[in-house]
Design a protein around this ligand. Structure first.
Ligand SMILES: *Cc1c(COP(=O)(O)O)cnc(C)c1O
Ligand SMILES: [Zn+2]
Length: 405
C-alpha cells in the first residue's frame, strides 16, 4: 500500500504521510490511508504469492505501509498456526474453538508483526534509531528488530516489568530504562525521548500509524486458514490497536469482495485494569483513564492515563462490530493459563490466556451460540512471565470448569 495520507481517527483531518503521531488540530491518533489492490489481497489470501520474503506476514506486503523498494526487516514473523482446540473446547462447553497462536513469533508475541513494519519503515526513512514504551513484549520485539536492522534502541518499561522481559531487552542490546510508575508513565517518557532525539516512536498504543498496520495480517491469516470469517474473535486489549487493526483487516477483506461480513470482536481485559470494559458496561461513549493497575495480566496493564481516547477508539470498533468488552476476574487468570497449557499445550502469558475466558463468558450470556466459530488470539508466550503464570491457588484437572467466573 502506498500511503497517501495520515488521517485523524477523531476529526478526519488529513496530513501528508510523514513522521506524525497526533492530529495537529485535535490531538487524536492517526490512520494510514492509501490505495491498495484488491486482486493482490485476494492472491495473498489464496497463497498464490508465497516466495522469497513473501512468507508469513510479508505475504500481505501489498497491504503494508511500505514502499515497493523497501527491503523488509524480517525474521519470519506471522504465518502462525490457527489451532483447532478440541480438548479446550470440551472444557469450555463450546464446540468450535480455535487458537491463533501468536506465541510462536520470533520474539514470542504478535508484536513482531507491527515491529517488522516499523523497523522496515525506520530503515527506509533513514531514521537514527527507535524508542518504545512497553509492558515488555513491545520492548523485546523492538530491541530484536533494532538489532536485526542495526539501529540503536531505547526502551522504557514500568518498574514492575517481569525480569524475563527486561533481560531479553538487554540481551538484544537495547538501552532499558525502568520508569517509576505504570505503563502510562513510561509512555510519556518514550514520547519525550523520541521528540527530543528525533527517533522513531514504536510504542504499541495507536501512536505509530505505520507499525499498527502490521496487526491487520492476523485477520488475513485467520480468514485464509479458516476459509471463512469467524463469528467471534476474542482479543486481550491494553489500548486496543491489535483489536482495531484486526477489524480493519477484516473490513478490507469485505471491501475486496473476498469476505461477506465482519466478525464480532470481544475486547478482553483483566479486572485489575479494565477501562474499556468499564465504559462498555456503562454504555458510555468515552473511555476514562483507569487508576493504578493491579493485575496479573501485566502485558495489557494500560491505564490510558494521558491518552484515554485510545480506549474510546477501541470501544467504537467493538460496538461497530456488534461485539462486547468484558473483564475477567483476577482469581481466574492463572487457571486459564494452566487450562490452556494442559488442554492444548499452548503456554500463554496471563494477559493472553484471558482471551480464552471470553468463550465461557459469551456462552453464559448467550451471545456465543452453539455452532458458532470462536477464535481466541493468544498474543504472547508464558515463558516471558512465568511467575505470574504459575502462581495460582488451584488448578483445573480435566474437563471440569475452573472455579469462579
Ligand atoms: C500488546 C499486547 C496485547 C494487546 O495490546 P494492545 O495495545 O491492546 O494492542 C495483548 N496481549 C499481550 C501479551 C500484549 O503484549
Ligand atoms: Zn483530529
Amino acid at each position: 500500500m502506498r500511503v497517501a495520507a495520515l488521517r485523524c481517527f477523531f476529526c478526519s483531518a488529513e496530513y501528508p504521510p510523514g513522521l506524525l503521531y497526533f492530529c495537529e488540530r485535535c490531538g487524536g491518533t492517526l490512520e494510514a490511508r492509501g490505495k491498495w489492490d484488491a486482486a493482490a489481497l485476494k492472491d495473498a489470501v489464496a497463497g498464490a504469492n508465497r516466495c522469497g520474503d513473501r512468507r508469513g506476514a510479508w505475504r500481505y506486503r501489498e497491504m503494508l505501509p511500505v514502499s515497493d523498494r523497501a527491503d523488509p526487516v524480517t525474521m519470519g514473523e506471522g504465518g502462525t498456526p490457527l489451532l483447532r482446540a478440541g480438548r479446550l473446547a470440551e472444557t469450555l462447553g463450546h464446540d468450535r474453538v480455535y487458537l491463533k497462536n501468536e506465541t510462536v513469533n520470533p520474539t514470542l508475541s504478535f508484536k513482531d508483526r507491527p515491529m517488522s513494519v516499523a523497523a522496515t519503515k525506520a530503515v527506509g526513512s533513514g531514521l537514527a534509531g527507535i524508542v518504545a514504551a512497553s509492558t515488555g513484549n513491545t520492548g523485546v520485539s523492538a530491541a530484536a528488530y533494532a538489532a536485526k536492522a542495526g539501529l540503536p534502541c531505547s526502551i522504557y518499561v514500568p518498574a514492575g516489568t517481569p525480569s524475563e522481559k527486561t533481560r531479553l531487552i538487554e540481551i538484544y542490546g537495547a538501552k532499558i530504562e525502568r520508569v517509576a510508575g505504570n505503563f502510562s508513565d513510561a509512555w510519556r517518557r518514550a514520547l519525550e525521548d523520541a521528540r527530543r532525539e528525533g527517533l522513531f516512536n514504536v510504542t504499541s498504543t495507536y501512536l505509530n500509524p505505520y507499525a499498527c498496520e502490521g496487526d491487520k495480517t492476523v485477520a488475513y491469516e485467520i480468514f485464509a486458514d479458516l476459509g471463512e470469517v469467524p463469528d467471534w474473535v476474542a482479543i486481550p486489549v491494553g489500548a486496543g490497536p491489535l483489536l482495531w487493526y484486526c477489524l480493519k483487516g477484516f473490513r478490507e477483506l469485505v471491501e475486496a469482495g473476498i469476505a461477506d461480513r465482519l466478525p464480532r470482536m470481544a475486547a478482553v481485559q483483566a479486572e485489575g485494569c479494565a477501562p474499556i470494559a468499564k465504559a462498555w458496561e456503562a454504555g458510555a461513549d468515552e473511555v476514562e483513564p483507569w487508576g493504578e493497575p493491579a493485575t496479573a495480566a501485566g502485558g495489557i496493564a494500560d491505564p490510558l492515563a494521558g491518552y484515554p481516547r485510545d480506549g474510546t477508539r477501541t470501544l467504537r470498533a467493538v460496538r461497530e462490530s456488534g461485539g462486547v468488552a468484558l473483564r475477567i476476574p483476577e482469581r481466574d487468570i492463572p487457571e486459564y493459563v494452566a487450562l490452556l497449557a494442559r488442554t492444548e499445550a499452548v503456554c500463554a502469558e496471563p494477559a493472553s490466556a484471558i482471551a480464552v475466558a471470553a468463550a465461557r463468558k459469551l456462552r453464559e450470556s448467550g451471545r456465543l451460540r452453539p455452532g458458532e466459530t470462536f477464535v481466541a488470539v493468544i498474543t504472547g508466550h508464558g515463558v516471558k512471565d512465568l511467575d505470574a503464570a504459575v502462581s495460582h491457588p488451584h488448578l483445573p484437572h480435566g474437563p471440569s470448569a475452573p472455579a469462579g467466573r
